[in-house]
Design a protein around this ligand. Structure first.
Ligand SMILES: C[S@@+](CC[C@H](N)C(=O)[O-])C[C@H]1O[C@@H](n2cnc3c(N)ncnc32)[C@H](O)[C@@H]1O
Length: 223
């Protein structure tokens, strides 16, 4: 499937594209999501928010790069974006690992803390009022959550334990017709870790239907 197919099959239209200001804020933010995947995420988030009228939820806030897009899609539909993170970083972001950023270490605590950068990012984008930041471990937050969701975006820990915990914790809260979006899905192990791919396969086996593919971003709809 191509990116053109993505727009057609997701129901996204040019009206589902971010403004130049929101796109610039996204591009300036610290994070990992490429622009083509961000545009696809924005399109399906805007569609899901408008169609369901329900909150959009992200697992894996980091410094707020993808959150900017969910926040603006939520703002346009009059709903709210929720974003969950313990803000201590994933395994691959710890000291000595490939994605470690020394500027994100709290010197007093001696551990990663992405919350201050996230807050500054959202403030600069003018989107603070459209986001609820949930600071904690994803399965713990999911276990006490009680509101149906229009979209669940999984971009948290990339081990099997964490990716599976995100899937099992949050998909029960997804409304019928709601969208499940999984980032970093790599069918070929040479391209990346396999835990998100295994979550994606499990979702298909459990009745989700594929809506679109953009890079490593997979969008599925709950049947
Ligand atoms: C790949 S980053 C998210 C990237 C972000 N979506 C972006 O666009 O730049 C993954 C994030 O998930 C968080 N994380 C990992 N495991 C978690 C867990 N079990 N509960 C909450 N957050 C978790 C990490 O702290 C990290 O900030």
């Amino acid at each position: 499937m191509t990116d053109t197919d993505t727009a057609a099959s997701s129901g996204a239209t040019s009206a589902d594209a971010p403004s130049a200001g929101v796109l610039a804020a996204f591009e300036a933010a610290t994070g990992f999501m490429p622009v083509d995947e961000g545009l696809a995420l924005y399109g399906v988030a805007a569609e899901a928010a408008a169609r369901t009228g329900l909150p959009l939820l992200e697992v894996g806030t980091y410094c707020g790069r993808s959150t900017i897009l969910l926040a603006d899609a939520a703002r346009r539909a009059g709903v709210v974006a929720l974003t969950v993170d313990h803000h201590r970083g994933s395994e691959e972001q710890q000291p000595g690992w490939e994605y470690h950023d020394t500027s994100l270490v709290d010197p007093e605590v001696g551990r990663m803390d992405t919350l201050p950068r996230f807050r500054r990012t959202l403030h600069a984008a003018g989107l603070e009022d459209h986001v609820i930041a949930l600071v904690g471990r994803s399965p713990q937050v999911a276990a006490v959550w009680g509101t149906p969701l229009g979209l669940v975006f999984i971009d948290g820990g990339h081990t099997d334990e964490h990716a599976t915990g995100d899937y099992e914790g949050w998909t029960p809260h997804l409304a019928p017709g709601g969208l499940l979006v999984v980032h970093d899905v790599f069918p070929d192990p040479a391209d990346g870790g396999q835990a998100p791919y295994r979550v994606y396969l499990r979702a298909l086996a459990e009745g989700f239907v594929e809506v679109s593919v953009t890079g490593s971003l997979r969008v599925l709809r709950r049947g």
